[in-house]
Design a protein around this ligand. Structure first.
Ligand SMILES: [Zn+2]
Ligand SMILES: [Zn+2]
Length: 350
């Protein structure tokens, strides 16, 4: 125990808080790197000068940029399943079942949801100039690889099933109650203002496209401007930073706690050793030798029943134990009368 002053519980706490702070630090660094990249990226609008911006870049014809434009389909657009007049380029249909499940531990019904169906459709699309003056288009490649899809909910319907008495009885017996079905349709509509953050590439044939960066930096498509995205990422960064600090604090407090205990343990040992030396000096001899052939002496220690009684416990004055048993007492109280032991002196028998 002296070599390793930790209990197994403390070791688990220390190990897990160190592991979590490492993980959170990694996430924080990764997020902070993306924030810096976005801050440094040129903020562009789709216009006819884009090819020149790219040609001037040191990395040839590709550059990490934030670009704003409006969505235009390259060919035929998708039509909303529920609103015929709505046209889009990404469509996501989701059907979810909401249920109540009986939790026997908490003795209550808990909400639970399950995705029954999820479909994502997409057609090739490009970003165009909002003013409509420029002819340049930036085609958006692999939009489903973006961190989050820039979708708007265009349809939402919640259906509650009707239950008769037999159903209700079945639900109570099975511990599962269907609550309802939620049907949603989300779309990226034609004409929506979108900010794309990714790698802008100028192909040899003069076509421009926005694609996921080859070095793995974030690829973002969002409705609205890049400042909003930056604010969101910065708040996530702050969250990871706090998580790192909290885990580091937890690890430090476990470490301090264990070190304090080890220090107290050492001090106690030292005090006991000092007390023993003092006792030996007063007695003027070594520890009472044990002779197993001897019968139990009349003045045997009441605790070990082998060595003779040799301690006078003060202030009560009881003479009941040998010095080793005195040192092994769980608390500094007399084993006979429970009064506190202020001092111990050797017994002299003449
Ligand atoms: Zn004893
Ligand atoms: Zn006593």
């Amino acid at each position: 125990m002296d070599a390793l002053p930790f209990t197994s519980g403390e070791l688990i706490c220390l190990g897990s808080s160190l592991a979590f702070s490492g993980l959170f630090y990694y996430l924080y660094r990764k997020n902070a790197k993306v924030v810096t990249r976005i801050q440094e990226a040129p903020k562009l609008q789709v216009d006819d000068h884009l090819p020149e911006v790219l040609s001037a870049s040191s990395k040839g014809c590709r550059r990490y940029v934030a670009i704003e434009g409006i969505v235009l389909p390259a060919g035929a657009a998708l039509t909303s399943q529920y609103h015929e007049e709505l046209q889009g380029v990404i469509q996501k249909l989701v059907l979810k079942e909401h249920r109540l499940v009986w939790n026997s531990l908490a003795r209550s019904w808990a909400e639970s949801e399950r995705v029954l169906l999820e479909q994502v459709h997409t057609v090739p699309f490009a970003l165009a100039s909002p003013s409509g003056e420029a002819v340049t288009r930036v085609s958006v490649e692999r939009p489903l690889r973006a961190v989050q899809l820039p979708l708007e909910t265009v349809y939402e319907r919640y259906q509650q099933p009707a239950h008769d008495f037999k159903d209700l009885l079945g639900h109570y017996l099975s511990g599962e109650k269907p609550k309802g079905f939620l049907e949603t349709e989300e779309m990226l509509q034609v004409g929506a203002g979108v900010t794309g953050i990714g790698e802008l590439v100028l192909d040899p044939d003069g076509a421009l496209c926005l694609q996921p960066p080859a070095d793995g930096t974030g690829y973002f498509l969002r409705l609205g401007d890049w400042q909003g995205l930056l604010a969101e990422l910065e708040s996530v960064s702050r969250l990871w930073k706090w998580a790192v600090l909290l885990c580091g604090l937890a690890a430090t407090s476990v470490l301090l706690h264990a070190l304090c205990r080890a220090y107290r343990h050492r001090r106690l040992k030292q005090e006991q050793e000092e007390q023993r030396r003092e006792f030996e000096a007063l007695k003027g001899g070594g520890d009472a030798a044990l002779d197993p052939s001897e019968d139990l002496p009349d003045d045997a220690c009441i605790i070990c029943l082998t060595r003779p009684r040799e301690c006078v416990l003060l202030g009560c004055g009881h003479v009941c134990c040998c010095f080793r048993c005195f040192q092994a007492l769980p608390s500094q109280t007399c084993p006979i009368c429970r009064s506190p032991i202020e001092r111990v002196v050797p017994l002299y028998q003449a």
